[in-house]
Write a protein that binds this ligand. Sequence first.
Ligand code: GLA
Length: 638
Amino acid sequence: MDRLWYGGDYNPEQWPREVWDDDVRLMRRAGVTVATVAVFSWAKLEPADGEFDFEWLDDVIDRLHAGGIRVDLATATASPPPWLALAHPEMLPVTEDGVRLSVGSRQHYSPSSAVYRRYADRLVRNLAERYRDHPALEAWHVNNELACHVQRDFSDESAAAFREWLRARYGTVEALNEAWGTQFWSQQYGSFDEVMPPRAAPTFRNPGQLLDFDRFSSDAWLQVYRAEKAILNEVSPGVPVTTNFMGFFKGLDYWRHATEVDFVTDDHYPDPADPAAPMIAAATRDLMRSLGDGPWLLMEQAPSAVNWRARNAAKPAGMHRLLSLQAVARGADGIMQFQWRQSKAGAEKFHSAMVPHGGEDTRVYRETVALGEELAGLADLVGARQDARVGIVFDWDSWWALEQEATPSSLSYPQVVLRWYAELWRRGVLVDFVRAEGDLSRYAVVIAPATQVLSEAAQQNLAGVASSGRRLVVGYQSAVLDERLHVLLGGYLGALRQVLGVRVEEFAPPAEPSVSGGPVPGLEIAGLATGGAAEWGEVVRVDDAEVLSTFVGGMLDGLPAVTRRGTAWYVATAPDDLASVVDAVLEGTGVEPAVADLPEGVEAVRRGDRLFLLNWSPAEVRVAGESIAPLGAAILRD
Ligand code: GLA
C-alpha cells in the first residue's frame, strides 16, 4: 500500500446491519485505510458442522470496499465454536496440573489437536476460496495472537507431539538422556515413549525437559500458523500472510516465527500509568523492526484504556498520538487499534475503541479522526528502512533458561535487557535486537545481557565482534550454559573467556534490599561506575583485562565489577550508574544520537527524512529549536 495502514479490528457481527453503514461513514471520516475483519467470526461463519454462512461477511467486505477501505481478512480460527469443542472435548487444552480448560472464552484448543487442525483447515480453505479474488483483500491475518492464553498445552495429544519433536531432535533416546543429564535423580529413559511433558511434579523438573518443552511449544504454535499459511498460499497466491505478535512475549520464539510471516505485526498495550511505558514501547517497536529486518505494522493498540488490568488508566490527551508516532518513527508502516467500535456486550465491553460507547461526539473519536489525518501526511515514509549501529542480543532460550526453577537467583530476563536498552533510548541512539548467532557485522557495538544459553557457534560469533575491533559488552549470567543447558566448565563464558580476559569463579548475588542489613549485604561499586550495584555480584578472576570498577564491601570487596580487554567489556553487576558504562562503551565508536543532549523525557528518532521528537515529560521542553508541549511531538523534515 502507498498509504500507512490505519484502522483496527472490526467486529460487525456484534452489531445489526444498520450500524454497518454508520461504521463505514465514520471510518471514512477518520481516514481509516484498513479494517481487520472476522478475527472471532468462526461461530457465525460456521454455525453448525459444515454449514457455512458467508453472506453477511460478503456484505461487510463489499461495504468496506465501496467505502475505499482495504481488508485485512482474518482466518477466524482463534475461537472455535462451542459445538465443535463439545463434540470433541479432546481438542481442549490441558494445564500442567491436568485441568482441561473449558469453552466459553476463546483459544480453547490445543495447538497439537488433530481435530482442531482438520476443522480449522476446512474453514480457512472455504474463506480463501471465497475471498481470494475480492478487490478489497489486502492481506490474510492468520488466527490471532497465537499462544496468547495457552502458551503450553500438557494434553496427551501434545505429549505425543512432543515425543515426535524430541525424536526428530535427538534421534536416539541415549542422545536425549545425555542432553538432559538424566543420570541426575534417576531420570534415565528407556525409550521415547516414557517421556512426558513437564507436568506438575513434586519438585524441580529436569531443566533440559523444561527448555525443550518451551522450544517444542513455540514450534507447535508455529505449526498452527504454517498449516493455515500453506492453504492460503495455495488457494490465494500472491496475497501476503501474517499473524499478530505480542511484543516481548515469552511463549513464542519470535525469531523463528518471524521468518515465516510475510510482514511482522505487533499488538502492544502499554500501561498509560507506567512511567517506563514509553521506553518499553520503544523497545518493543525496535524488536519488531529487528525481527522482520525492516518495516512492520502495529496491528493492535488501545485508543484509551484496556479492561484487563487491576486499574485501567485512560490515555491522557496526546498519549495515543505519541505512541502511534513513536511506532511510525521506529519503522511501523501502519497503526491499527483494537477495536473499531466499542462492544456493548461481552468480556471486552469496557475496553476502549476508536468509536466509544459515547459515539462520535467524544474525545476519543475526535482523536481518532485527528490521528488519521496526521498519518495520511506521513505516507511517504512507507517502506523507509533504518540502520541501527548498536545491537542488543535477545534470545528466547536464555529467557526460558534464566527464569526456570532452581537458578542462582531469580532474574527477569526482559528487565535485565531493558536496563541496557533504556540507557540507549534515553540518549536517542537507535538499537536493533539481534541474535547471538546472527550476522553482527553492521553493528559498532553489540551488547549481550544475561545471554545465559549460548552454543559454541554463538560464543564464537560474539567473540568475533571483539576480535574484529568492534565493541562487545557481555553482562553477567552470559555464556553460563550451552544449548543443552550443560555448564560451560572452567569459569563459564566459554569461547568469550579469551576475548574478555576474565573467568567467573562463583556467583554471589546480593541480598534483597529488604534484608541487606544481614550478613550478606547489598552491593556497591566504585571506579568508572560508582554507587549501587543491583541484583547481581560474582567473583570475577582477571586473566588479562583492565579493571574499571570494583565491588565495595562484603565478600566481594575489591573484586572486579566492570572490566575491559581491548574492545571487550565484562559487566558483572547491574550498576545504578549504568550511564557511565554506556558512555565509556560508546566513546569513539562514531555511534551518534538522533539529537545531541536530549532533555530528560524526550525521545528522538530519525526515519527517512523525518526527525521525530516526542515529549513524554510533564513539562514543556525546547529541543532542536522547537518548543514541545507535554505529551506533544514535533516532526521535523531535513
Ligand atoms: C488482544 C486481542 C484482542 C483483544 C485485545 C484487548 O490484543 O488480540 O482480540 O482481546 O487484546 O486488549
